[in-house]
Design a protein around this ligand. Sequence first.
Ligand SMILES: [Zn+2]
Length: 53
Amino acid sequence: MRACGNCGQQVSTEYFRVFADNDGVLHRCQGCTSTTAMLRGAGAGVVAQEVDR
Ligand SMILES: [Zn+2]
């Protein structure tokens, strides 16, 4: 299991691999942002500031 770097929620290794950035940091998860935001790259921190609004 891995943890979200923002809220600390545990996520599956598969989820982490899909959504974390190339440095191994998961910036957002479904516990702290929307599925839509995740699909836009919020997990990798690409548009985290934008999608949080
Ligand atoms: Zn989170």
